[in-house]
Design a protein around this ligand. Sequence first.
Ligand code: GRF
Length: 207
Amino acid sequence: MAASRLVVLVSGSGTNLQALLDAIDAHPGGAEGFGAEVVAVGADRADIAGLERAEKAGIPTFVCPVKQYGSREEWDAALTAATDAHAPDLVVSAGFMKIVGKAFIDRFGGRFVNTHPALLPSFPGAHGVRDALAYGAKVTGCTVHFVDSGVDTGPVIAQGVVEIRDEDDEAALHERIKEVERALLVDVVGRLARHGYRIEGRKVTIQ
Ligand code: GRF
């Protein structure tokens, strides 16, 4: 079977993207064996390490900064078109820090995966790590889920647990979450691509 086509969206350092690229590279069967290949990387800003990683790997990139468009709807339409141009089977938001709009969800709903650095439904939003720490939670982690029209509300595919230590600050905790998160994302994307999946209400089953 041909490898699934992935478009990965990033806003920052892109270590989750790198983990996917490394896993595909390291697979004895290459992209076909892994089940997926990254066909393009998109971002909402230029000059970020995530884009450099893609360029270094010879993967096409595109950038859609919100400020470049007259409205959020125009931005959403442009992001949708730029992503669609690469005919993805799955779209992966790997540290993409923008909430996409209706056009994007209409086009890619049910095949748009996000990774979030907390155990949803706890601590959604842009500060999941900070919020778990401030709450005094004893465990947190990461959630890989399908994106719906809410903020971090879509059906959960997989979660990983990370203990919060007394001495943790946000950076230290986020780093430990990201170690778990990268492995989880690689595992989930590979399994979705290789085995296929069903979404029934909130329940996701990988076949
Ligand atoms: C991840 O923890 C992701 O969940 C969060 O931002 C981080 C992105 O890291 N939203 P990277 O850019 O993949 O290194």
